[in-house]
Design a protein around this ligand. Structure first.
Ligand code: SAH
Length: 213
């Protein structure tokens, strides 16, 4: 597991690409500049690690496109010390980006194979989420709620109510909503009973699956 100057150079270029595509948040760009994305991918795709594209990981899932990770993280509007719940741990790349920003992370994954793999892998790179949960993201993780932010990294056919109810007032749920194409949607909890909704264009994700357990 090596991170060489070649990888560092490629990351710098990736960051420049993301800036050109409109990502402006300094902390997000710094995190992407630091996290060794190539180590989160299967060896067959190492050459592509710093191309702005999504790629297959285990269990028919994907590591999200860097732009998508950057955009969702930026939309969360979290700062150092905040607590975030992530739905869809996958490779752990998004988790690592949030940890790099000084955020406390809880993350849920429903694929046992991926859950076990990523739980072993993240600490090897020095990334320590507060808790990785094997379970159904539709339910959120009420035990550690409320959260400053909740980020869903799979396409949700609808907005799960438990996720809205696990937000702090002022907190944001960043969720791609839709079946084949998803609209990046942000819900801000403006009071205990009110949510403001904003939309940020089309994205494509693997589906957020209903619990099979
Ligand atoms: N954040 C990940 C993206 C992985 S793709 C990364 O950076 O690599 C989306 C992930 O969501 C997949 O791993 C998939 O297994 C998971 N997923 C799908 N439905 C889910 C559900 N209901 N609860 C939790 N995770 C789910």
């Amino acid at each position: 597991m090596k991170d060489t100057f070649i990888h560092k150079g490629l990351r710098k270029k990736l960051v420049a690409t993301l800036q050109k595509k409109g990502i402006a948040n300094r902390e997000v760009l710094a995190a992407i500049n630091t996290v060794p994305r190539h180590l989160f991918m299967d060896s067959g795709f190492l050459d592509h690690a710093y191309v702005d594209k999504a790629f297959p990981i285990a269990a028919d899932q994907t590591i999200s496109q860097p732009y998508t990770v950057a955009r969702q993280t930026e939309l969360l509007e979290v700062v150092r010390g905040d607590t975030v719940l992530e739905i869809g741990t996958g490779s752990g790349y998004q988790t690592a980006v949030l940890l790099e920003m000084g955020v406390t992370v809880y993350s849920i994954e429903r694929q046992n194979e991926l859950f076990k793999k990523t739980k072993r892998f993240l600490p090897q790179l020095g990334y320590r989420p507060k808790k990785l949960i094997f379970g159904d993201g539709y339910k959120g993780f009420p035990e550690a709620a409320p959260y400053h932010g909740i980020i869903v990294t799979a396409g949700a056919p609808f907005v799960p109510k438990p996720l809205l109810s696990q937000l702090k007032v002022g907190g944001k749920l960043v969720i791609p909503v839709g079946e084949n194409v998803q609209i990046m949607t942000v819900f801000t909890r403006t009071s205990p009973t009110n949510f403001e909704k904003e939309e940020f264009g089309e994205f494509r994700f693997v589906p957020l699956l209903e619990d099979k357990n």
